[in-house]
Ligand binder design. Structure first.
Ligand code: ADP
Ligand code: MG
Ligand code: MG
Length: 891
């Protein structure tokens, strides 16, 4: 391991395990150097330097000396001096954080070129065009990244030459024209910055290093980190390496390669290559690349060498690798590798392929996929049966079926998104500034660039549909329209459909069908008739089931939901809410219950509700025969089932004013006013309802018990569990438990059927977590209601804060993710830990689960598994996700 007493490390010193210190890029460059792959030599300034820079606004003392020392060694190795006027060594200065942030930070190439050394480079290489083109690139990159010179000024400096020579790219200019462009660029720089472009190569290097460090903190980098949940204080490493040149003519070039298809996961090498090009030309998608397959024809020797390197890397990393390479006059150089990003489908396919190839175990395969990816595969896709016209084809860059209206820039996309519309962002190409618009869109369409373009990479990372390189489409962002080569016009606001799996663009709204994975889960698709993706998902889920200790139950309120949950692999129902059983037609019965004049009328109302509830439970118990069903007694305040206070007041007022009083409305209004609470969330609800309204819980218990007896009589096994919501202390639970037990005994006596029924408490009030030991003495089980527990722990009213407060909180980094999305481990998680420990002290047989929405959230599931819960319960569609995550938590 490397010492942290130093800041700078040679590539030959590090390894791939040192991403914390060397960043991902640096660690992998070191690893490839160790593997003997052709990596240009260089050194890495560790992230510790960046962290110090972030804290103090300057590099720590000593870093400069270390850089000088390593540079000296690099110069000796290369036999050339940085910026030597006769034969200059040139350097690239590259960002590289622990977690890859593609295109978010800066890299500067060709450091070391000056008015003098450009002549030396020209002379030594015998290629004026190449030398001036490299200088032009340095000036542009330096201006942009070190000085923040606006693009327009830089464009203006070269466009005069374009116009004069009638060309569109700098590569097409003759050397003397590029030389003039360089003069114009230097003038633009001096005008803008108030001082000339530095002619001292060491000063260039120093400023470039600082610019890379600063690029960690740009707005777009922060936004990306927030999106990807990457901590803001990790900092980036800086890699300084000898330049190699892909821009030395047609026997040179640069490219990106993947060892498998990152979109589909199909085997076989895959990528893009661009002749006579340097650096970002490929990734930026500015010029049209050729598929990597054509390299064999262009440069067979380098092609074989590249394929060998690719297979070495894939076997070494035991995973899909993506590689950046450059060929300089027939000589291959590898400039970067990393374990490649991939789509969800590719992740599942590749994980299983690698198992079959003997490279990884099934346990490892389980760790190569995750619940979020499985969630993406469960999204619907386009159906075949429609006549929406195809208007263009492009590169299938990120799968999915996106339907939305066209927006031609980021601002428009945000605007539509604010209005609640689905948006397709249409651009020539995207750059990091388009990120806000990409986040606001369901799909991204670009007319240039391949699968490795910025748009494609970012879209895959975000799980958004993307079709790129749609070169038959011409976009005019100023006029806010696009035209196909056949003359079809797409205006802003027009409906588009993007098929990210096939790379097809439709003008109009294509109907969407279910995913084959869901079809399979639902039993409508046989495994033998499905493709390898469904088989891969099935295989990994089975392995997860075999591994996991954590049970997965469903939140399901109806027989239909229960049925789906079962097919998706639920081991029971962890939360059956009874509220919907009071809605619709049945509202009237609640009104009667609330308005009842005396016990007789109240009992009659309860009796009617009993009949209906019993029928509901019968349906659910049948669907879940053999598995536990946890029924939560009524939770929300009763007034939620009554008419709206304002509507009623109006009705009453109108009746009175028109001399046609409405006695029913008057009576209801009195009741609604009586039950009105200024803060219902903290009022008469949950266990409190059962204690205050006599007969309510008894009626529900009777409905459950009688239904259980009836279904048992049909010969089915029933395991009902009765869950009491909003319990805060043992006395509440004990009181309600006594009532429940006496009803159970009563029903057992009258039906002659004893159904073992567990009684437990929902733990959703901080007081309950803190008093768990005593509550557990009266409980057979606990189930954490983490939604309320989060609300009450943070004092957040979810309905109010999510729109008004959270965007700002997330912006300000107060939390990285909403505590309603992922469990707040530090606060709410602590309460969970206390309740588990104390609860088991009070009752060693206590069964503990969670039924809040966090039960389906991958990060939270890992926490619950670690906290020793018995099961999580989540909505039916999240069950496969939870099964997978529970399996991952167990390996
Ligand atoms: P990013 O992290 O955005 O991919 P990189 O640091 O990888 O940025 O740099 C972008 C591109 O610059 C690389 O893909 C490579 O083509 C080019 N590049 C970087 N270093 C060198 C080098 N030493 N010689 C030639 N090209 C280089
Ligand atoms: Mg790169
Ligand atoms: Mg609750």
């Amino acid at each position: 391991t490397l010492t942290t007493a130093r800041y700078v490390f040679d590539f030959a010193e590090g390894s791939m395990d040192q991403k914390d210190l060397l960043g991902g890029k640096g660690a992998n460059l070191a690893e490839m150097t160790r593997l003997g792959l052709p990596v240009p030599p260089g050194f890495t300034i560790g992230t510790t330097a960046c962290r110090a820079y972030l804290e103090n606004g300057d590099l720590p003392p000593g870093v400069a000396d270390e850089i000088t020392e390593h540079l000296g060694r690099l110069e000796a190795t290369m036999g050339r001096r940085l910026g030597d006027p006769a034969d200059p060594l040139l350097l690239s200065v590259r960002s590289g954080a622990k977690f890859s942030m593609p295109g978010m930070m800066e890299t500067i190439l060709d450091i070391g070129l000056t008015d003098a050394s450009v002549q030396g480079l020209a002379k030594h290489s015998g290629d004026d065009h190449f030398a001036w083109d490299s200088y032009r690139r340095l000036l542009q990159m330096y201006a942009r990244t070190v000085l923040d010179v606006p693009d327009e000024l830089l464009q203006a400096a070269v466009s005069t030459e374009y116009a004069q020579w009638g060309v569109g790219t700098p590569e097409e200019l003759p050397a003397e024209a590029i030389e003039r462009a360089c003069t114009a660029l230097k003038r633009a720089i001096a005008d803008y910055a108030g001082r000339p472009f530095p002619q001292d190569p060491l000063e260039q290097l120093d400023l470039a290093v600082r610019a890379v460090l600063r690029s960690w903190s740009t707005e777009r980098a922060r936004l990306y980190r927030r999106q990807e949940h990457i901590a803001d204080d990790l900092g980036t490493a800086v890699n300084v390496m000898a330049m190699v040149f892909g821009n030395r003519g047609s026997d040179s070039g640069t490219g990106v390669a993947f060892t498998r298809d990152p979109a589909s996961g199909a085997t076989g090498v895959y990528g893009d290559y661009l002749q006579n090009a340097q650096g970002e030309d490929v990734v930026a998608g500015v010029r049209n690349t050729v598929p990597l397959a054509q390299l064999a024809a262009i440069d067979p020797v380098s092609d074989v060498e590249l394929r060998t390197a690719m297979s070495t890397l894939e076997r070494h990393y035991r995973d899909l690798c993506d590689i950046e390479f450059t060929i300089e006059r027939g000589r291959l150089w590898i400039l970067q590798t990393r374990v490649g990003k991939r789509t969800a489908a590719a992740a599942f396919r590749i994980a299983v392929q690698l198992v079959d190839e003997g490279l990884i175990t099934l346990d490892e395969a389980l760790l190569r996929v995750n619940g979020a990816q499985l969630g993406q595969l469960m999204f619907p896709r386009f159906g075949e049966d429609h006549d929406v016209p195809v208007v263009a084809h492009g590169v299938a860059a990120s799968p999915g079926a996106a339907v939305g209206i066209a927006a031609f820039d980021s601002a428009a996309a945000r605007r539509f998104w604010d209005e609640g519309l689905q948006v397709i962002l249409v651009r020539r190409e995207t750059n990091p500034d388009d990120l806000p618009g990409m986040l606001a869109s369901v799909g991204i369409l670009t007319t240039r660039g391949g699968k490795t373009s910025h748009a494609a990479v970012v879209a895959r990372g975000l799980g958004k549909t993307c079709v790129c390189g749609v070169d038959t489409l011409t976009v005019d962002p100023v006029a806010r329209r696009a035209v196909t080569s056949d003359g079809v016009v797409i205006e802003e606001g027009d409906m588009l459909s993007l098929d990210g799996l096939a790379g097809v663009v439709y003008r109009g709204e294509v109907p969407v069908v279910a995913s084959p994975v869901v079809e399979y889960f639902e039993g409508r698709l046989e495994l033998s008739k499905s493709d390898d993706l469904v088989r891969a998902v099935d295989r990994l889920l089975r392995h997860a089931d075999a591994r996991r200790v954590l049970g997965v139950h469903a939140n399901a309120d109806t027989p239909a939901d229960a049925d789906r949950a079962r097919r998706f692999g639920a081991g029971g129902i962890g939360l059956c809410r009874t509220e919907h059983m009071f809605l619709g037609e049945r509202r009237k019965l609640v009104e009667r219950l609330v308005l009842a004049d005396g016990a007789a009328e109240q009992e009659a109302a309860l009796e009617d509700l009993l009949q209906l509830q019993r029928a509901d439970f019968v349906g659910i118990f049948r669907a879940m025969a053999g598995l536990p069903v946890t029924v939560r007694l009524i939770d929300p305040p009763l007034h939620e089932f009554l008419p709206d206070l304002t509507d009623l007041s109006v009705r009453v007022a109108v009746g009175r004013a028109t001399d046609a009083p409405d006695p029913e409305a008057e009576r209801l209004l009195t009741a609604v006013q009586r039950m009105h609470e200024s803060n219902p969330m903290l009022g008469l609800r949950g266990v409190r309802l059962g204690i205050v309204i006599p007969g309510l819980f008894a009626m529900q218990t009777r409905a459950i018990a009688e239904a259980a007896a009836a279904v048992t009589a049909e010969g089915l096994e029933v395991y009902p569990e009765i869950m009491v919501p909003l319990v805060a202390g043992e006395a509440e639970l004990r009181l309600v438990r006594n009532e429940i037990e006496s009803v159970l005994a009563d029903v057992a006596a009258s039906t002659g059927c004893v159904v073992a029924t567990r009684i437990g408490a929902m733990i959703e009030v901080p007081r309950a977590a803190l008093g768990a030991e005593r509550i557990a003495r009266s409980a057979d089980f606990f189930s954490f209601g983490t939604n309320d527990l989060t609300q009450l722990t943070w004092a957040f009213s979810r309905d109010d804060v999510e729109a008004s407060i959270f965007p700002r909180y997330l912006d300000a980094g107060i939390f990285a993710v909403s505590p309603f999305e992922s469990l707040d481990v530090e606060g709410v998680g602590r309460l969970v830990g206390i309740a588990v420990a104390e609860g088991r002290k009070g009752n060693p047989d206590l069964v503990i689960g969670v039924c809040g929405e966090h039960g389906g959230d991958p990060a939270s599931i890992a926490f619950f598994a670690g906290a020793g819960l018995d099961y999580v319960s989540c909505s039916p569609y999240r069950i496969p996700i939870a099964r997978l995550e529970a399996g991952r938590a167990a390996v």
